[in-house]
Design a protein around this ligand. Structure first.
Ligand SMILES: C[S@@+](CC[C@H](N)C(=O)[O-])C[C@H]1O[C@@H](n2cnc3c(N)ncnc32)[C@H](O)[C@@H]1O
Length: 232
């Protein structure tokens, strides 16, 4: 029996990416007019969302600090991170629901598919689609995007990104987004709602926006099936 842990032990924010289908479910994208939106994926990393969305004709931009690196460096770091997380899975599998992915092998296959699709698209599109930036700062202009999606970045890593970072990143996303910011998940690595969610809901910087927590049809991290929607 593996020793059970209460969360993944990570030195840094990992380079693991999700697929278009995971984003579609996690962000309730069925409710959004994707064809007429300019979509920003904030801290998009090695997710295949942008590649797959662009393939379907949607206007998408990725943004992440890793995009200043070469495709081969990103790919090797990502392969290492995947092995690191997979090695820990037996000790933390109780923190996840095994429905969307039936087992660790199918999870690994999805993560591999995502990063390979990403790397191919990154090699073809480079910084035209994938913009290097270090949140909370970006060089995007005011209201450049209709909707910004933030997946597995804020709230999840509340043990290493402090409240000020969350607040400034959301404020920056509000500056560059005309309609909505969606953040998923709202739990941290322990599968508990991040205390920063309540702080954001009550923060005077966001008093003028409408905030809504919605249920979603994606429930991999325990208690993780909710998205925070901030209407600017
Ligand atoms: C766990 S990955 C999530 C990737 C993608 N959003 C997804 O859900 O599949 C987190 C990403 O955050 C990026 N990141 C961490 N800190 C950042 C910062 N200050 N500015 C930009 N990107 C950052 C990492 O490089 C990594 O790609």
């Amino acid at each position: 029996m593996p020793e059970l842990k209460d969360k993944l032990e990570l030195k840094d924010i990992v380079l693991l990416g999700r697929t278009f289908d995971e984003y579609f479910r996690a962000f309730n994208l069925q409710d959004i007019d994707l064809k007429n939106a300019k979509i920003l994926d904030a801290a998009s990393g090695v997710s295949s969302f942008c590649a797959e969305a662009a393939e379907q004709g949607f206007n998408v931009t990725g943004s992440d600090r890793i995009y200043s690196l070469s495709a081969s460096t990103i790919e090797s770091r990502c392969a290492q991170d995947l092995e690191l997380v997979m090695a820990q899975m037996p000790g933390v599998s109780h923190l996840y629901n095994w429905e969307y992915f039936k087992d660790v092998e199918s999870l690994k296959a999805a993560r591999q598919r995502a990063y390979k699709l990403f790397v191919g698209d990154f090699q073809r599109q480079g910084h035209r689609r994938y913009v290097p930036c270090e949140y909370p700062h970006t060089d995007f202009f005011n209201n450049q995007f209709t909707i910004t999606l933030i997946s597995h970045f804020l709230f999840l890593y509340d043990d290493r990104l402090d409240y000020e970072f969350h607040r400034e990143t959301i404020k920056e996303c509000m500056r560059i987004t005309s309609k909505e910011i969606r953040i998923f998940p709202i739990v941290n690595l322990k599968g508990e709602q991040s205390p920063y969610v309540e702080k954001i809901l009550n923060d005077e910087a966001f008093f003028d926006c409408t905030k809504d927590i919605q249920a979603v049809d994606y429930n991999f991290i325990r208690n993780g099936n909710r998205v925070l929607v901030i209407s600017v």
